[in-house]
Each structure stands twice: as structure tokens, then as C-alpha cells.
Design a binder for this molecule. Structure first.
Ligand SMILES: [Zn+2]
Length: 187
């Protein structure tokens, strides 16, 4: 397993792919991938399948592949689930992020020379930090949408805490059940 989990996301979850990339996770996504192709790539590249398709999820598990079935596509819930299952971080690391569009690694820069001619003057004057995609060349900065990104991550953390609490409660119920049966066995 690579140091970080890598993902492949099905056609219905484009928003999840963009978020995983933003958070720095190598994520394959294409609207034209058919199920067999997703299974093949996941197997060859050791990627976790993230899907809303129960049939695909079951086929993946049958083949021994790691897969997550997404019941609720709200991004906060999906990120919380992936964080719980695969330990993805729910924070943005400016030195470890990928292009939401093409999955290329983004290079962080504060040099206006690097972005000269690639962003408008108004943007160049207003922002100090930029990210340049090493694959497609697209330039990013922390514009107005940035507040929303932080908001989503904060909500995702709350959702994760809820999932953890539910999991603990379930485990407690299982342990209590076991305790009862082992008592019975001793008699
Ligand atoms: Zn790119």
C-alpha cells in the first residue's frame, strides 16, 4: 500500500474526485470509465474504489479490492467516511495538493514571475499565494470560494465525529452481547 491511499471514483462522484485531489490524494476519475475499466485500474494501481453503484461495489469486494459504497453523496459525509476508513486528512496542505481538473501535482509559489502572463493583473496584485499545475498548467489562488472550502472541511470533521460516536456505540452493543454469551458458556 502506498503511503497515501490512492482512489478511483465512479462517474457519479465527480465532486468527490475534485475534493480528494484538492486534499492531495491521487485520484483517477473519468465520466467515460465503464465498470470493468474501474475494476482493472483499481487492481493494477492499487486504488480504493469510491462508488455510488452497489453492483460495482459488490463486484469489487468479490475480487478482493478495497471499495467504499457511498450512500449519501453530500461531500461532507463522503469525506468524513473516507477519513474514518482510510485516514484521509480533513485539512488543506498548501504544499501537498493536486489539480482538481486533471489530478496533476500542484506547485506552490509566491513568485509573481511564475504566474506572469497566466493570471490577470488584478489577481496578481490581490493574491500572494498561487498554485500551478505541473500537468495542465492551470493556475489557482485562494479566491472567494475559499471560505466554502474551509466550511465544508469543518462540517466534514463534525460528521466524522458523529460517525465515530455511532461506531463506538455499535461496538459497545456488540461487546455487551458477547459478554452475555461468554457468561453462558462458563456455566
Ligand atoms: Zn491540471
Amino acid at each position: 500500500m502506498p503511503p497515501y491511499p490512492r482512489f478511483i471514483v465512479d462517474a457519479m462522484l465527480g465532486h468527490v474526485a475534485r475534493w480528494l485531489r484538492l486534499l492531495g490524494y491521487d485520484t483517477e476519475y473519468s465520466r467515460s470509465y465503464e465498470d470493468w475499466r474501474i475494476l482493472k485500474i483499481a487492481e493494477e494501481e492499487d486504488r480504493v474504489i469510491v462508488t455510488r453503484d452497489l453492483g460495482l461495489f459488490r463486484r469489487a469486494r468479490k475480487r478482493g479490492l478495497r471499495a467504499v459504497y457511498v450512500e449519501e453523496p453530500a461531500i461532507e459525509k463522503v469525506l468524513a467516511l473516507l477519513s474514518l476508513k482510510f485516514g484521509i486528512r480533513l485539512s488543506f496542505d498548501k504544499h501537498d495538493t493536486r489539480c482538481p481538473v486533471c489530478n496533476g501535482v500542484l506547485r506552490y509559489t509566491t513568485s509573481l514571475v511564475d504566474v506572469a502572463g497566466k493570471v490577470s493583473e488584478a489577481i496578481a496584485v490581490r493574491y500572494r499565494e498561487f498554485w500551478i499545475c505541473t500537468r495542465c498548467g492551470k493556475v489557482y489562488w485562494q479566491g472567494r470560494h475559499w471560505r466554502n472550502i474551509n466550511q465544508v472541511l469543518e462540517v466534514a470533521k463534525v460528521e466524522k465525529a458523529k460517525l465515530e460516536a455511532r461506531r463506538r456505540a455499535l461496538r459497545g452493543a456488540v461487546v455487551a452481547g458477547r459478554g452475555g454469551s461468554s457468561e453462558g458458556a462458563e456455566r
